[in-house]
Every structure is written in structure tokens, then in C-alpha cells.
Design a protein around this ligand. Structure first.
Ligand SMILES: C[S@@+](CC[C@H](N)C(=O)[O-])C[C@H]1O[C@@H](n2cnc3c(N)ncnc32)[C@H](O)[C@@H]1O
Length: 269
């Protein structure tokens, strides 16, 4: 199975856009879209923390690598950044573009289908790159970071909110949202990631292990997912299908078992 198939096999872009348009006729806010378009541990709060690491005055042109359906992009566009999202899953880009149009943000949040190992951007053309739960799918991390270094201008920033392997990585339980099984999960340890960044020419400015907060957040989400008697208007199931129930449960297990960790990183070049 290709990675794109893993992500878009249960997605009907037109159906989802139709539901969003029906629920929010005046256009959805990024807050209202969050249950659908923030496909990472920590939701809006985690995205806000990532955005706060950047300054829209000094680093306005931002590339979101593995942007998914664009929650972080629209949240950052709302506070003055100009976003381009790159994603290998074409169906996600179609949904992302459609959600930005409904949110009236299509001029500040655009997206392109492509592979992070061959970024379709000129040398030194961007101020910052973001990764949010996408580096975890990339088998050739060093090549991706080399590409980031190439497209960033001197003084550019790289920020990440990523899943890395924990001390008990052998206990990993699948499926998780980014992978049905180990074939598409390419987790490295936090130390390996730091080494890869350094070898690609980045200096580390900030590193934080966010795993405890991530576990608490995911446990709260899990309670909502299992106890809610009312069907939520928007949910990750619209993207992933019913298999998200098991994926969400496994995230809690993997965090609690320390098979995975969640980290926040800022680096400069
Ligand atoms: C778990 S999703 C996270 C999406 C989004 N960043 C978020 O947090 O909501 C991972 C995303 O990375 C994308 N991706 C994985 N490998 C990629 C690659 N080599 N190039 C571009 N996108 C990639 C996938 O298609 C998917 O949309």
C-alpha cells in the first residue's frame, strides 16, 4: 500500500467539503475546523505553541511540509504568515485547498502536491519550514533536512512538533494515524534527530519533550471519543474512517508505554 493510499482510502473530499459548508454557511473558523483538520497529538494548542516559535515580521514566508489537510496552515495564516503547504497525498491537498477557500484564506494558504525529498522551491527562497507529525513518515530524513537547508535563506528557521521513538520502541502498537503497520512508520530517537539536524547544517535553538502533555491531551480526547452520545459534527473519522477509533486508542497506549515520545524543536541555519 502506498502512503497516499493509507491516508486517503476512506476520504471523500466532496462529501467532507459539503458537510463543512452545510454546518458553517458563513465560513468555518480554524477553531471550528480543528476536530477535522488538526491531525496530530495536541490539536490547536500544539499548533499555537509551534506558531509562537516563529515571528511573522522576520520570518513571514513559511512552508508546512506534510501539511495534511491544513489546520496549522490556516491557524498560522490568521496571525499574519504566508503559508505554502506541501503534501504527498493529493486528496489531502484537495481538501486543504477547499477548506482554505471556505475559510476565505486561499490567498494566504496555498498548497502543492510533492515529496519532501525534492522540494519544488528555489534555493534560499523561504524564511521557515514546519513539520508537524510528518517527518515520522519519511524514510530518508537526512535527504529531507538537506532539502530544507537548501530552500531556507540564511537565518531561516526549522520548527518541528514530531513523534520520535521512545525508550520502549519495541512495544509499538499499530495501527496509528500515520501508519497501518511498521512499513510507513519511520520514527527516529530524539538524539538521532538532533544529530541529523546538526549534520544538515542546523543549530538547535529549542528542544522540549512534550510527551506528558501529549498523553494527558490524548487521554482527554479518548474520553470524549468513547463517552460522547452525540455524534460530533466534525471528527478525524471523516478523514480516516472508523479505523481512527483503534488508532486513537493505540496512541494512548504507545505514549503510556513510552514506545513513542512527542517533541518540539526549533533550529536555525
Ligand atoms: C500524520 S499526517 C499530519 C498532517 C498535518 N501535518 C497535521 O498535523 O495535521 C502526515 C502527513 O505527512 C504527509 N507526508 C508524509 N511523507 C511525506 C513526504 N515524503 N512528502 C510530503 N508529504 C509527506 C502525509 O501525506 C500526511 O498528510
Amino acid at each position: 500500500m502506498t502512503l497516499s493510499h493509507h491516508y486517503q482510502q476512506h476520504l471523500s473530499v466532496e462529501d467532507v467539503l459539503g458537510q463543512v459548508a452545510e454546518h458553517f454557511p458563513a465560513g468555518p473558523s480554524f477553531f471550528e475546523l480543528a476536530p477535522l483538520d488538526q491531525l496530530h497529538i495536541g490539536g490547536i494548542k500544539a499548533s499555537a505553541r509551534l506558531i509562537d516559535l516563529l515571528d511573522a515580521q522576520t520570518h513571514p514566508r513559511v512552508l508546512d511540509i506534510g501539511a495534511g489537510v491544513g489546520g496549522l496552515m490556516r491557524q498560522a495564516a490568521e496571525v499574519g504568515f504566508e503559508l505554502v503547504g506541501l503534501d504527498i497525498t493529493h486528496g489531502f491537498n484537495r481538501l486543504n485547498q477547499g477548506l482554505s477557500a471556505l475559510s476565505k484564506l486561499e490567498n494566504r494558504a496555498q498548497c502543492v502536491t510533492g515529496d519532501a525529498t525534492h522540494l519544488p522551491f528555489a534555493d534560499a527562497s523561504l524564511d521557515a519550514v514546519l513539520f508537524q507529525h510528518s517527518f515520522l513518515n519519511m524514510p530518508d530524513g537526512p535527504m529531507v533536512l538537506k532539502e530544507c537547508r537548501r530552500v531556507l535563506r540564511p537565518g531561516g528557521r526549522l520548527v518541528m512538533h514530531e513523534v520520535v521513538s521512545g525508550p520502549n520502541s519495541d512495544a509499538m502498537t499499530y495501527p496509528v494515524p500515520w501508519a497501518e503497520d511498521s512499513a510507513h512508520s519511520h520514527l527516529v530517537s530524539a538524539d538521532t534527530l538532533k544529530t541529523q539536524l546538526s549534520e544538515a547544517g542546523f543549530s538547535l535553538l529549542h528542544f522540549q519533550d512534550w510527551s506528558q502533555d501529549a498523553l494527558a491531551w490524548r487521554q482527554r480526547q479518548r474520553e470524549k471519543e468513547t463517552q460522547s452520545t452525540r455524534q460530533a459534527r466534525l471528527s478525524p473519522q471523516l478523514v480516516f474512517g472508523e479505523r481512527f477509533i483503534t488508532m486513537g486508542k493505540n496512541l494512548v497506549t504507545n505514549l503510556a508505554d513510552e514506545a513513542i515520545k512527542v517533541v518540539e524543536i526549533e533550529a536555525s541555519c
